[in-house]
Design a protein around this ligand. Structure first.
Ligand SMILES: Cc1cc2nc3c(=O)[nH]c(=O)nc-3n(C[C@H](O)[C@H](O)[C@H](O)COP(=O)(O)OP(=O)(O)OC[C@H]3O[C@@H](n4cnc5c(N)ncnc54)[C@H](O)[C@@H]3O)c2cc1C
Ligand code: FES
Ligand code: FES
Length: 485
């Protein structure tokens, strides 16, 4: 049985854990406010909020319910649009929530199909810790598409929502959103109910990773799997990596940054370790998918999906990250190391979607050496649309420079071959070069010998060659800019 809270109601369901949350909401609970648009995570019409307790605090994130397996809802609070409107939750105060009212007041809805998704994303913004600016409110709806109203009125509504949150001034979030009726009367009781649910869960002795290790399917956030094979996943025998506590932690041990495989893009964005190491991380992350998808998309999922243009694969390739692969034997063996092996990420990819990984192995950990004070890192991505689009070409560079000499370098590139590429020759060429002798043109020439792009919907092979050359120049321009600061 899977247990969670849906709006104000406790749910216990025996449905297969791979069942899509959206289908459960609409077809089993008949809550049809949550819409089905694309079923691919692109339109945001199916957005719901997912609340869970981390380190004693209740946190909410927006997600696309069309890509979320119901098993990942275990022990969590799911809020649909029916759960924000006091009139539809059967409580005493009828009417619109302030977020819905802002949308109505600004004429931010026409056919109304996309509106519940916008309302949920903006309600999620009210439950978060971001500064109450119109810009941040607009950023929270970057995964929602409206086909008929036009965005100006929606942006104005977002501005109104930001103005409401500005009044919070340090008040505890639950108390503030309840006082402002952003969420109805059941909301203040949720944290306690979730704690009780999680305590009961522990008492039920849910299977741990060890006992699930033999099952074939590993699911991270589901944002690749549920786009590619949703029907198959519904009845699949699944081990839920995302649900395992501690598997999304980002910690520092000496010079190493160690990440759990289920760390999401949002977890990295919120990590002080990552932000210290990569001051531009926020800018890079904005180029990856949307708020909802970043809340779900894990690094291990990005690595194992093995897309030649996976953004975080390219990011961590340049850092020469290592993955620790665990075999089910590792849970049976007496020694801690048995059944575990460490592999440089660049060795994981053998050919298009061919990995040096046994089907029963999963990524247990990812680590990389944190950049030191002489280090430089940059990530570049060009896609047909700046946001919410996959790359035509992406690339990252990591270098340690001392006294104007490059001590070591790693360059990676995506979209220019059958696998996400670590550019061995170009990286080796840079080591030992003097930075003021302008090695850029020579590096680009070496890179051209290492890549084999093909022409496809994202550009011709000639364009991709040219583009990667330009992006390598962009890396060095960024280096010069940083040196000038
Ligand atoms: C709308 C949309 C926009 C997107 N935009 C981008 C983008 O801009 N850039 C980008 O790079 N990607 C993008 N993606 C793709 C996707 O979000 C990422 O690849 C994401 O990191 C996948 O992670 P996941 O946890 O959702 O993977 P899942 O779908 O859960 O899993 C993907 C694969 O990894 C395996 N897996 C997961 N965890 C483990 C583990 N611990 N050990 C072994 N195998 C594991 C699964 O079995 C599966 O084979 C987008 C997807 C959508 C739907
Ligand atoms: S239905 Fe379009 S994002 Fe889910
Ligand atoms: S109001 Fe019609 S799609 Fe947005």
């Amino acid at each position: 049985m899977i247990h969670f809270i849906l709006n104000e109601k406790e749910i216990a369901t025996g449905l297969p854990p791979g069942t899509v949350l959206l289908d459960f909401i609409r077809y089993h609970r008949h809550l049809t406010g949550t819409k089905i648009g694309c079923r691919e995570g692109d339109c945001g019409a199916c957005t719901v909020l997912v609340g869970e307790i981390h380190d004693g605090e209740l946190h909410y994130q927006s997600t696309t319910s069309c890509l979320m397996p119901i098993g990942n809802a275990e022990g969590k609070h799911i809020i649909t649009v029916e759960g924000v409107n006091p009139a539809t939750t059967g409580q005493s105060m009828p009417g619109l929530s302030p977020v819905q009212q802002a949308m109505a007041d600004e004429g931010a809805t026409q056919c109304g199909f996309c509106t519940p998704g916008f309302v949920m994303s903006l309600t999620g913004f009210c439950l978060g810790n971001k500064e109450a600016t119109q810009q941040n409110a607009i950023a929270s709806i970057d995964g929602n598409i409206c086909r008929c109203t036009g965005y100006k009125s929606i942006e104005r509504a977002a501005g109104k929502v930001a103005a409401i949150i500005k009044e919070r001034k340090g008040e505890e979030i639950t108390s503030f959103v309840s006082r402002k009726k952003i969420l109805p009367e059941y909301f203040p009781g949720i944290k306690k109910r979730l704690q009780q649910l999680n305590d009961a869960e522990k008492a039920r002795h849910l299977p741990d990773l060890a006992s699930l290790a033999g099952r074939p399917h590993v699911v991270g956030g589901g944002t690749d799997l549920y786009v590619q094979k949703q029907d198959e996943m519904t009845h699949a025998s699944i081990r839920f990596i995302s649900d395992q506590p501690k598997l999304n932690r980002v910690i520092r041990e000496g010079n190493k940054c160690i990440m759990g495989p289920s760390a999401t893009v949002t977890d990295l964005q919120e990590s002080p370790i990552i932000n210290d190491a990569f001051p531009d991380f926020h800018r890079y992350a904005k180029l990856v998918s949307s708020t909802q998808i970043r809340n779900m998309a894990t690094i291990a999922g990005n690595f194992i999906n093995a897309s030649p243009i996976g953004d975080f694969t390219i990011f961590f390739l340049a850092l020469d990250a290592r993955v620790i692969l665990a075999h089910p034997d590792s849970y049976r063996a007496s020694s801690k190391e048995a059944g575990l092996r460490t592999l440089p990420l660049r060795k994981l990819y053998k050919d298009y979607k061919q990995l040096d990984k046994k089907p029963e192995e999963h990524i247990e950990q990812v680590w990389f050496e944190l950049p030191g004070k002489n280090s430089f890192f940059n990530f570049e991505k060009v896609s047909k649309r700046t946001h919410l689009d996959i790359a035509s070409v992406n690339t990252a560079i990591s270098m340690t420079i001392k006294d104007n000499i490059i001590e070591n370098a790693g360059i990676s590139a995506g979209g220019v071959g059958p696998i996400p590429m670590y550019l061995e020759k170009a990286s080796a060429f840079l080591a030992g070069k003097k930075i003021n002798e302008d090695p850029v043109q020579e590096v680009i020439e070496i890179v051209q010998t290492e890549i084999s792009p093909i022409s496809d919907a994202r550009g011709t092979k000639e364009y991709k060659r040219l583009l990667l050359g330009q992006l390598i120049k962009a890396h060095f321009i960024s280096l010069i800019r940083r040196a000038g600061k």
